[in-house]
Ligand binder design. Structure first.
Ligand code: ATP
Length: 319
């Protein structure tokens, strides 16, 4: 069953630009320009693209905040713009850069408000709150006003608020942006649990390919308001011929490392950067480096989404 359906959806904005000293010209911006896709119940789909590609405009239409200029759009069978209030009980939204929590109130009070707004039955509310507090490690923070929370704590608080009413669909807009490694891991583990054990359908916007790699089976790429890729992450890497980077810290400075399957692209003292195809495993390269060189540390870096998309265009393998 499709929970999200878009058929030739468009949304334009008229912007005024200065054209000479006294004249102003009107220009149409096609933020979303003929999007068609469906997301099935229980899918976790990455929705990525460069800045200004039309991601936020899509999510705003899916939540009913913006009305499409044309086309057909349904979420759980509902037209979001027409029935925004009914839909609000069935969806959850998390924005990495904005909070839906009450700034001056303790976390606990924001959750209590969510309980009333969504009319969550007592037993279900208590069970869901206990689960979120446990998985997101919120126990010690419940009585802290939101404005005193760190970014990572606040994000965990926001995630709980978005899931207390058991939404069928969850929109996540940059849920790991600005978080440290530990907070990112907590957020990802929680989302995995929500998706696997509760069948929540997730649409995830992010600039971090690790989010996609760990959470999504499918990734859609949007650019200039159009869908330019819909498939798995390996397919995206293959289309873009993209590369990951193995960052190697040797025990001492050495000439460029030579191992099969990777090429050394940079050397800075004992640190060396080795590029290898993103769709290949890092394991044999790590093993070869470890067998031949004295190692102090290793890490693998994902390519930037912008680079993957740029390479897709360079290879003109869009589909
Ligand atoms: N209210 C608006 N008025 C005028 N133009 C807008 C408005 N909202 C979005 N746009 C334009 O529509 C295009 C798509 O914007 P959108 O915010 O959807 O992109 P995005 O993919 O979410 O980008 P980012 O990754 O930077 O958040 C941009 O060119 C943007 O300037």
């Amino acid at each position: 069953m499709a929970l999200i359906e878009l058929d030739d959806v468009r949304r334009s904005f008229t912007v005024r630009t200065r054209a000479g000293r006294f004249r102003r010209a009107r220009r149409e911006v096609h933020a979303v320009d003929g999007l068609s896709f469906t997301v099935g119940a229980g899918e976790c789909v990455g929705y990525i693209g460069p800045n200004g590609a039309g991601k936020s405009t899509t999510v705003k239409m899916l939540t009913g905040i913006l009305v499409p200029s044309s086309g057909r759009l349904r979420v759980a069978g509902v037209d979001p713009a027409r029935d925004r209030t009914a839909l609000a009980r069935r969806i959850g939204v998390v924005f990495g850069q904005r909070t839906t929590l009450w700034w001056d109130l303790p976390l606990r009070d924001s959750y209590e408000l969510a309980r009333r707004i969504h009319r969550i039955p007592d037993a279900r509310y208590r069970a869901n709150l206990d689960r979120c507090v446990d998985l997101l490690d919120l126990g010690a923070l419940l009585d802290t006003p939101v404005r005193q929370l760190s970014l990572g704590q606040r994000m965990r608080g926001d995630l709980a608020a978005a899931l207390l009413h058991d939404p069928e669909v969850l929109y996540l807009d940059e849920p790991t942006i600005g978080l440290d490694v530990v907070s990112k891991a907590k957020v990802r583990a929680f989302l995995k649990e929500a998706h696997r054990n509760h069948g929540t359908t997730v649409l995830l916007t992010t600039h971090d390919l690790v989010d996609i790699e760990q959470l999504c089976d499918r990734v859609m790429v949007i650019d200039h308001g159009r869908l330019v890729h819909d498939g798995d992450l390996d397919g995206l890497h293959a289309a873009g011929d993209s590369e990951r980077t193995l960052v190697v810290d040797l025990a001492e400075a050495r000439p460029p490392i030579l191992v099969p399957g990777a090429r050394t692209v940079r050397v800075d003292g004992p640190r060396q950067w080795l590029a290898f195809p993103a769709r290949e495993s890092a394991a044999p390269i790590v093993a070869a480096v470890a067998a031949r060189y004295p190692l102090a540390d290793l890490s693998v870096r994902e390519p930037a989404i912008e680079d993957v998309i740029a390479r897709m265009y360079a290879g003109a393998v869009i589909g």
